[in-house]
Design a binder for this molecule. Structure first.
Ligand code: ZN
Length: 169
């Protein structure tokens, strides 16, 4: 089997894609999402629509864009942990799920990747997005009482601001 793939990572990518398809059709995932759906008038269209509240920020979110997330991350798939990974993915050990809006899901993945808290990840992602453009970086510096010099400095100064406040490490 392994000889059909150029590298371990090509093989793992193929495997990950297959696992994702299994997960997307998992009855546990589908059923969990169903239990969280409620109907209300969509403020943008004025029509009745299905919503789910994000379990991380509490914001109501269209049911079709909500992501079902593992409370405990499955970790990364390697050549040596398929069974463990698949057990966690398919909730075989009673792992829990939660519904998350897209922004929260991205923050959670970022937090898992860098092994930091959700709140810390939220601030760091926000700072990264501010300093992606000079105009937003300038505005963010102004809002935080920081003199803008350049993007790199703005990033460091904004992170220092939250470090001094004790919000991030
Ligand atoms: Zn959210």
């Amino acid at each position: 089997m392994r000889e059909h793939f150029k590298s371990d990572s090509a093989f793992l990518n193929w495997l990950r894609g297959g696992f994702r398809r299994i997960w997307n059709k998992s009855p546990a995932k589908i059923e969990y999402k169903k239990t969280k759906i409620y109907k209300k008038i969509n403020p943008t269209s004025g029509k009745l629509a299905q919503f789910i509240d994000c379990e991380l920020c509490g914001e109501p979110c269209r049911a079709n864009v909500v992501q079902v997330d593992h409370v405990e991350p499955c970790g990364s798939l390697t050549m040596h942990n398929w069974t463990e990974f698949l057990y966690k993915l398919l909730l075989m050990n009673g792992e829990q799920l939660q519904c998350a809006c897209k922004p929260c899901h991205k923050i959670k993945s970022f937090a898992e990747m860098y092994d930091i808290s959700f709140e810390e990840a939220k601030i760091k992602k926000q700072v990264i997005s501010w300093v992606s453009k000079a105009s937003t970086a300038r505005q963010a510096c102004k809002d935080h009482g920081i003199t803008y010099k350049n993007l790199k400095q703005a990033r460091a100064d904004l992170l220092d601001y939250y470090r001094e406040k004790g919000d991030i490490k």
